[in-house]
Design a protein around this ligand. Sequence first.
Ligand code: ADP
Ligand code: ADP
Ligand code: ZN
Length: 214
Amino acid sequence: MRLILLGPPGAGKGTQASVIIKEYNIPHISTGDIFRANIKEGTELGKKAKEYMDKGLLVPDELVVSIVKDRLTEDDCKEGFLLDGFPRTVNQGEALDEELKQMSLELDKVININVEKEVLIQRAIGRRICRDCGATYHVKFNPPKKEGICDVCGGELFQRDDDKVETVKKRIKVYHEQTEPLIDYYTKKGLILNVDGTKPIDAIFEEISEALQG
Ligand code: ADP
Ligand code: ADP
Ligand code: ZN
């Protein structure tokens, strides 16, 4: 299964990704996670990406596209993959199409998670992530059993630098301007699966898995 998760910041892409990849046994390719790992390791790429991420802006296409192209040629992508947070511009979408064409592969679906702005802001500012395993929680909507501690691995939970209210608002604006045109792009290709992201986490996953089977 070759899938893309599309949706504004805080829509629940990462949350759904963590269950979808188990169901279909495919790798989770999150460009945001790749950048955060590079920032943590202090790489050149990390340093460059952080300048944009801290401002709520997109990292330039040329820094993103080559990373994803390389990642898609790795062995674990043979049976499929789940792209989360990529593509984020029509230009990235076209670059992906070109790469898939060269690999003689096609996308199965683009899952578009819809959530209105006010809810997105509440979700992003309450988001907490495990330092060790990357599991995602929400202080109100999906809290861990023990405050500040990961249910899965016992790791410490932290808040992303870019999950501050002003940066989140900027990211939502950038989403409307630069990423939303991809909905049209993939609708024309007949690939869009629209889901209501305001439902409970389990109900959204059920809707997605039923649609993918059908
Ligand atoms: P969210 O899922 O909350 O939108 P991500 O973890 O996907 O956040 O992305 C965090 C930040 O990383 C983005 O705001 C952007 O600066 C950068 N980023 C991630 N993926 C891309 C991409 N495909 N193109 C450009 N920038 C990206
Ligand atoms: P994205 O990857 O799209 O930025 P996340 O999956 O990280 O979004 O989710 C953003 C925040 O919203 C997290 O704190 C997560 O726990 C919470 N969340 C995700 N899905 C739901 C949902 N269906 N209902 C309520 N909260 C949710
Ligand atoms: Zn953990």
